[in-house]
Design a protein around this ligand. Structure first.
Ligand SMILES: N[C@@H](CCC(=O)N[C@@H](CS)C(=O)NCC(=O)O)C(=O)O
Length: 216
């Protein structure tokens, strides 16, 4: 039985999981969960029964269900090791996870939909200031990611050199998201070059939000 990914086409966190599934050649079906404010499927009872956090992605592998993209990536890595997305050595694996955390723990949660909605609806923060909030956390995170990528990329083309890892699966969706919110990326030539290369690969092309069945 193929896996089922509860996903929204523009979800940055679901995009990470799509990349890992594609790179590992794992067949899956998409169950669309709209995050659009008027619809908010993720806040309905049936989805909440699956994932009490009311966030996407959520992966079902038969009877087994799992929330949190980082846990899902690790699960896929352990259960489908034939195309590894973590390096052999413990030190390199830790370095890849460290890079992933810098994006997934320290950029993305601050700019998540519910945070932006809270700023707007509860704290009455205007569009211009919310844009500044958004860009600030991207720049803060990408300034560091650019340095770490430069230290590790060598001749590239990936964050950790010649080998594609989970670092690329976490970086590319965050760059997509930054562009969507019109954040200038001129200070991050290394990150932009990695993104350009990754997007030439079919597994990345197939994961872009606009190519998903629920894209609108
Ligand atoms: N730490 C979670 C974050 C998941 C997450 O924040 N998903 C977003 C979409 S990228 C979401 O469902 N947002 C709904 C909301 O903010 O209400 C993960 O990595 O899976």
């Amino acid at each position: 039985m193929s896996m089922r990914l509860y996903s929204y086409w523009r979800s940055t966190a679901a995009y990470r999981v799509r990349l890992a599934l594609n790179l590992k050649g794992i067949a899956y079906e998409t169950a669309s969960v709209s995050l659009l404010p008027g619809q908010a499927d993720h806040r309905q009872d049936d989805y909440r029964a699956r994932n009490p956090q009311m966030l996407v992605p959520y992966l079902e592998d038969g009877e087994f269900g799992l929330a949190q993209s980082q846990a899902i990536l690790e699960y896929l890595e352990e259960t489908s090791p034939a195309t590894p997305l973590l390096p052999d050595s413990a030190k390199q694996r830790a370095a890849v996870r460290s890079f992933c955390n810098s994006i997934c723990c320290d950029i993305h949660p601050l700019n998540n939909l519910r945070v932006l909605m809270y700023l707007k609806e509860e704290l009455d923060v205007g569009d211009e200031q919310r844009g500044r909030w958004y860009a600030n956390w991207i720049h803060e995170g990408f300034r560091a990611a650019e340095i770490v990528a430069k230290q590790n990329c060598g001749d590239g083309p990936f964050v950790f050199g010649a080998t594609l890892t989970l670092a690329d699966c976490c970086l590319i969706p965050q760059i997509y998201n930054a562009r969507r919110f019109a954040v200038a990326l001129g200070d991050y030539p290394q990150l932009v070059a990695i993104d350009a290369h990754c997007n030439t690969l079919p597994e990345f092309a197939a994961a872009v939000p606009e190519r998903q069945p629920d894209a609108s």
